[in-house]
Structures are given as structure tokens and as C-alpha cells.
Design a protein around this ligand. Structure first.
Ligand SMILES: Nc1ncnc2c1ncn2[C@@H]1O[C@H](COP(=O)(O)OP(=O)(O)OP(=O)(O)O)[C@@H](O)[C@H]1O
Length: 616
């Protein structure tokens, strides 16, 4: 025995309103869309037929708001009304052979009309078909799942359809004139038909306000380029709420996609790409995120597509191969614009670089043309002055730090010695350096302590010999802190010591720490990476040109030497931007205590001595 599925309409409407659509407002989109599709179908039969859609609000006898949407479309016969309007999932807009939505229509699923039940308990349709010489019909569908259809042979209604709704007590605001006008403008303003809403006029009878333009705004002809720029900027202000820096025309005729991307006037964080997408000139959604590549987050686009498929909620684009191809191709157009605009110096180019360098950096990670562009035009912070990577590479290789902290630690000293180091500590920069290193003709590498130690002055041989035992003693004292000690001469001589750190040695230290924490588990594996004589992860470079360091190096190897060294070491740790751990803070106080005691004791001893001498 076979039977038919039964449908509980209330359950279906609840499913749509709570789980599929973003809210009841979509009822208006579905009604306008059906009217637009009906007009398209009529024009296939008769290209000269009127293409008019009218939305009119009113109140019924009991004061409830009502809405009537009338079109000059293809219309319906009684049989079609019974089959199409009351059968969920049945649509006249699918290709009978392929089962797919036909490209000329916006609808395809056969569920849109149900959205009207989100705001009304009853839908009334009056229609006359253009295809058959059939009488006009009157169809009434109710939210309880019942419907009736009757023929009206006497009606002189013209070809087309009118759909009427009466608001429920809890949905009255959805059918208010202002709401209907703004929803119709939001969804339908780019439709290629004459769409108008009846609006009240103070002291006069209501009038029709047309909400559509005959042409897509980016295709509209303007007398001059400036006039076009201004019209697009005004559209952007009205729609997105900002005045764009500029716009980028987007056009993929093969894929039926066109539009404009507006460049934001201020920086935004990645991941915030929200574009306004129309399918067949009907708004799909004001915040569609997947239609441009992620790195295009510095733009807001308005796009119309006749080929991409909407999801069933009709609020996003279906993420399929077609979308992938379109996204890449649109990305290519934005990229070409960036390369053209930024390659030559211009005020616009400078603003784009200033404001949107982050987006360019992100794009440089996936695209070699933009990587080359970034290297040529984007200024980076360096220890010399801001310069492009191409300028920094003039000396051969580019040396950089991967964190801003590391850069700050060495900047003053490197600058004083004429060593050019690039700060690649900002988002994406270290990855840009890595990618650049793989490009022919570029050499980039991370700064090592040895780079800096090498460019610092070396004390003469005699002085080195003089200092040998002090340096050896200092090394012993800082061994437990995993810190080596060397003496160099460098400017500025107000800096007695700097702390240098190697990322390679840092990794080694992490490995050693893990090995110590779990010798059994990791020992074997990590030991294979260990080296025979582990280098220290940090190096304290004492400045033999700084008076304080010289005095320390000349002091006897006792408590004062140890306390002085520890104070210099810990202040270098702080200068390097690393906070002190509690044990280190305690050690610093202790060292200062030792130094204070020593200096207080010295005059005290002196005065004791003089008192003794005074005593007869
Ligand atoms: N104004 C109208 N004029 C003529 N036919 C209409 C009109 N409104 C609805 N129909 C008919 O009713 C059918 C069902 O409409 P419905 O809105 O439920 O689905 P759809 O538009 O086909 O698809 P989707 O669910 O994607 O919107 C349509 O396919 C169409 O044949």
C-alpha cells in the first residue's frame, strides 16, 4: 500500500521562520520576487507586455493593516493555482527535464509563498492567466492548511496577479506603510521593472512612489567620469554609511556577475568582509561574506549575479565550484586594481597604503605579484628609517626581527652601529619575509645575536686580557640564568648593557625545559636534537664605553661585583621588554641592598677610622 506524505502547515511555517529565514521580513521579498518572476514569464510570451509591480497598504473593516501586491505578470489558471500555490515544493520555475531552477527566474524551490504565513493567517490571490483564455480566479489559502479556489467568469480583472494579506494582531507592524516601503526598497530597488509603493501624502490623496531605476547603478551612463564617481559615492554613503576612498569596478560577463567594490576610508580588521549581493537584481542579503576572497576585507561590494545559486534561505550564496571560480576571478580584478593603483605614486595610492596595508600584507601571502608590489612600495620600520624592502635589500640581505619586542631591544644599539634591521613584528610580516626568501633574487633572514655582537666594537687585545678574569667570573655568575657575557664597545655610552636573544637558542631552551620536565617520555626523542655544548640562549653585552660597566669590570670579585652584575643584567632584562619574574624582582632588591650596604659601609668605616685617629 502506498500513501502520500501529509504536511502540517503550521509546523512548516514555524520551521521556515525560526530556522531558515533570518526573520519575518522576508515575506515581502518572496511576494515581490514572485511578482518579478511572473513579469519575466509574461515577457517571454510578449516582450512588449507591461512590467509593473505595485504594493499598496490599507486597513480592513476591523482596522487591521492589509497589503496587496499586484503584478502585470503571467497570471494563473484555476488548475495552476490549485497545483502551484498549494503544493509545497512545487514550482513553475524549474526546468522540467533537469529539475533545476531556470536561470531567468529568481525563485526555484516552491516554498516562498509560505513565508506570507509568517505575518498573515490568510493569503488571497486573484489572477488572470496570460497563457490561456481562462476566466479570472480567486484562491484563498489559510494557515491551517486549507485552501479554496474558484473561477470568476464575470471579473474584468486584467492579466496578472494580485496577492492580498491581512495582518494578524501580533504582526501588524510588518504591514505598516513605512515598513513595506523600506522593505520594498531594500529588496527590490535594483529590479529591472517599474516597482512602486503607495504612500500617503499630507493634505492630499496617496501617490505611487517608484522605488526602482531602469538601469543598474554601476551601468548607468553619466556625462563625465567625475559625475559617475560622485553618483557611486553617494550610493555607497546611502547604502553602506561611509564615503569610499574610491571604487573598483567588477565585471565577469561570462559568469553573469557585475558590481562595484567600495574601498573603506578607514582600516578594519580581517574577516569583516560583508557584501551586498543581488541575484537577478533582487537583494539576496546585505551581509554576504563569501563572494569575495577573505583578503578583500578592505572593501564593501555591491554585486548582482545571474548565475550563482542562493541557499534555500536565499540569504547567502551556495558555496559551490561556481562560487569558488567567481570569487577567484573577482579577487583577480581587485588585485589588478591594487597593482595598477599602487605601482605609481599618487595621493590615492598613498592613502590606500596608509589605511589598508594590512589587507595588502594578507594578500601578499597568497599572491606573488602582490608580494613583489608590497616589497616595492610598502614602507617598513627599520633601524635606519622607514623604507621599502627593496630599499632594505640594497645591502644584499634583509635582516629582520620577528617580534616588535625583539626589535625594540636592539633598535637603539643597531641604529648607532649603522646596522639596518627590519621590524617584521607586525601581523603577516614575518611570513612575508619567509615567502620573500623563497623568491629569486631575495635573501632575508632573522636577526641573530651574533649579527649585532659582530658589528659592535671589540676592545683591544690588551684590554681583553685585562678583562678576561672579570668576564669569566661574570659568565659563571649568570650561567644559572642561561646567559652568556661578552664585553664590547658601542654607542650610546649611556647604555651600560644590552641583552640579546636568539630564537634558535630559545627553541633549544624550550626543548631542554621539556626534557627536564618529563625525562622518560621525551628524553629519547628530544635528546636526538640536543647538542653537545648547549649555547646560552641569551647574551649580556657589557659596554666597555659606559662608565658604569667599566667600573663593574674593574671591581674585585666579591659581593659588590655580583650585585652590580645582577643589577645590570636585570635592568637589561627589563629594557628588553621582558617583565621580571617574582624571583628576579627579589634578586634585584637583594642586589640593590648589597650595593647600598656597601656604599653606606664605606663612609661609615671612614668616619670610624677618623674618630680613632682623633682619639689621643
Ligand atoms: N504573483 C504570481 N504570479 C504568478 N504565479 C505565481 C505568483 N506567485 C506565485 N506563483 C506561482 O506559485 C508557485 C509557488 O510560489 P513560491 O513562491 O512558493 O515558490 P517559487 O517562487 O517557485 O520558489 P521559491 O521557493 O524559490 O521562491 C510559483 O512557482 C509560481 O508558479
Amino acid at each position: 500500500m502506498s500513501d502520500r506524505f501529509q504536511v502540517d502547515l503550521t509546523g512548516m511555517v514555524d520551521l521556515l521562520s525560526r530556522h531558515l529565514y533570518s526573520g519575518p521580513q522576508v515575506f515581502l521579498r518572496e511576494l515581490v520576487q514572485n511578482a518579478a518572476d511572473a513579469v519575466t514569464a509574461r515577457r517571454e510570451l510578449d516582450p512588449t507586455a507591461e512590467a509593473r509591480i505595485r504594493l499598496s497598504t490599507d486597513t480592513d473593516a476591523s482596522g487591521r493593516p492589509t497589503l496587496e501586491v499586484t503584478d502585470t505578470g503571467i497570471g494563473l489558471t484555476a488548475d495552476e493555482a490549485a497545483e502551484l500555490l498549494a503544493t509545497i515544493g512545487r514550482s513553475s520555475k524549474r526546468d522540467p527535464m533537469l529539475g533545476l531552477g531556470r536561470t531567468e527566474f529568481i525563485g526555484q524551490f516552491g516554498i516562498g509563498l509560505l513565508a506570507a504565513f509568517m505575518v498573515a493567517d490568510r493569503i488571497e490571490v486573484r489572477s488572470r492567466s496570460a497563457r490561456h483564455d481562462a476566466p479570472a480566479i480567486h484562491w484563498i489559502g489559510c494557515a491551517d492548511g486549507t485552501f479554496e479556489v474558484s473561477e470568476d467568469a464575470d471579473s474584468d480583472a486584467p492579466v496578472g496577479t494580485s496577492v492580498s494579506l491581512t495582518a494578524r494582531r501580533d504582526t501588524e507592524h510588518w504591514l505598516a506603510t513605512d515598513t513595506v516601503l523600506s522593505l520594498a526598497q531594500e529588496y527590490g530597488s535594483l529590479l529591472p521593472f517599474d516597482v512602486a509603493v503607495r504612500v500617503p501624502v499630507a493634505g492630499s490623496s496617496p501617490m505611487w512612489r517608484r522605488i526602482t531605476q531602469p538601469e543598474l547603478l554601476w551601468r548607468t551612463a553619466h556625462p563625465t567620469r567625475t559625475a559617475r564617481d560622485r553618483a557611486l559615492a553617494e550610493y555607497c554613503e546611502r547604502t553602506f554609511g561611509f564615503t569610499p576612498l574610491t571604487h573598483i569596478d567588477l565585471d565577469l560577463p561570462v559568469a553573469g556577475v557585475s558590481g562595484v567594490a567600495f574601498v573603506l576610508p578607514q582600516a578594519v580588521s580581517p574577516g569583516s568582509g560583508q557584501h551586498r549581493v543581488y541575484t537577478k537584481r533582487m537583494l539576496l542579503g546585505p551581509r554576504v561574506d563569501n563572494v569575495l576572497p577573505e583578503w578583500a576585507f578592505f572593501t564593501r561590494a555591491v554585486l548582482d549575479t545571474s548565475t550563482l545559486s542562493p541557499t534555500a534561505s536565499r540569504e547567502q550564496i551556495h558555496d559551490d565550484d561556481a562560487l569558488l571560480g567567481v570569487r577567484d576571478a573577482l579577487g583577480e580584478q581587485i588585485k589588478r586594481w591594487a597593482v595598477d593603483t599602487l605601482s605609481e605614486p599618487s595621493a590615492l595610492g598613498r592613502s590606500v597604503l596608509d589605511i589598508h596595508h594590512l589587507a595588502l600584507r594578507a594578500l601578499a601571502l597568497t599572491d606573488n605579484d602582490v608580494l613583489d608590489l608590497v616589497a616595492r612600495v610598502l614602507p617598513f620600520e627599520t633601524t635606519d628609517q622607514p623604507m621599502t624592502l627593496a630599499e632594505a635589500a640594497r645591502n644584499g640581505e634583509i635582516v629582520y626581527t620577528t617580534t616588535t619586542e625583539a626589535y625594540r631591544r636592539i633598535a637603539a644599539v643597531a641604529r648607532a652601529q649603522g646596522l639596518v634591521v627590519v621590524n617584521a613584528g607586525y601581523v603577516y610580516d614575518a611570513d612575508i619575509m619567509d615567502r620573500l626568501a623563497q623568491r629569486r633574487g631575495w635573501r632575508t633572514r632573522e636577526l641573530q645575536s651574533s649579527d649585532l655582537v659582530q658589528v659592535l666594537g671589540v676592545p683591544g687585545v690588551a684590554r681583553e686580557m685585562e678583562l678576561a678574569s672579570a668576564v669569566a667570573h661574570a659568565r659563571d655568575l649568570l650561567a644559572e640564568d642561561d646567559c652568556d657575557v661578552v664585553v664590547r664597545t658601542f654607542s650610546p655610552n649611556t647604555v651600560p648593557a644590552v641583552l640579546l636573544r636568539d630564537s634558535e637558542s630559545e627553541h633549544r631552551r624550550d626543548r631542554d625545559r621539556e626534557r627536564a620536565a618529563s625525562p622518560d617520555l621525551w628524553g629519547g626523542l628530544l635528546d636526538s636534537f640536543a647538542e653537545d655544548a648547549p649555547a646560552r640562549t641569551r647574551t649580556l653585552v657589557l659596554n666597555d664605553d659606559a662608565a658604569v660597566a667599566r667600573r663593574l669590570l674593574g671591581a674585585p670579585h666579591g659581593d659588590v661585583f655580583a650585585a652590580g652584575l645582577r643589577s645590570l643584567y636585570l635592568s637589561a632584562v627589563m629594557l628588553a621588554g621582558d617583565g621580571l619574574r617574582s624571583a628576579e624582582s627579589a634578586a634585584l632588591s637583594e642586589s640593590l641592598g648589597v650595593l647600598l650596604d656597601a656604599s653606606l659601609r664605606a663612609p661609615a668605616l671612614e668616619s670610624d677610622h677618623s674618630r680613632q685617629e682623633d682619639t689621643p
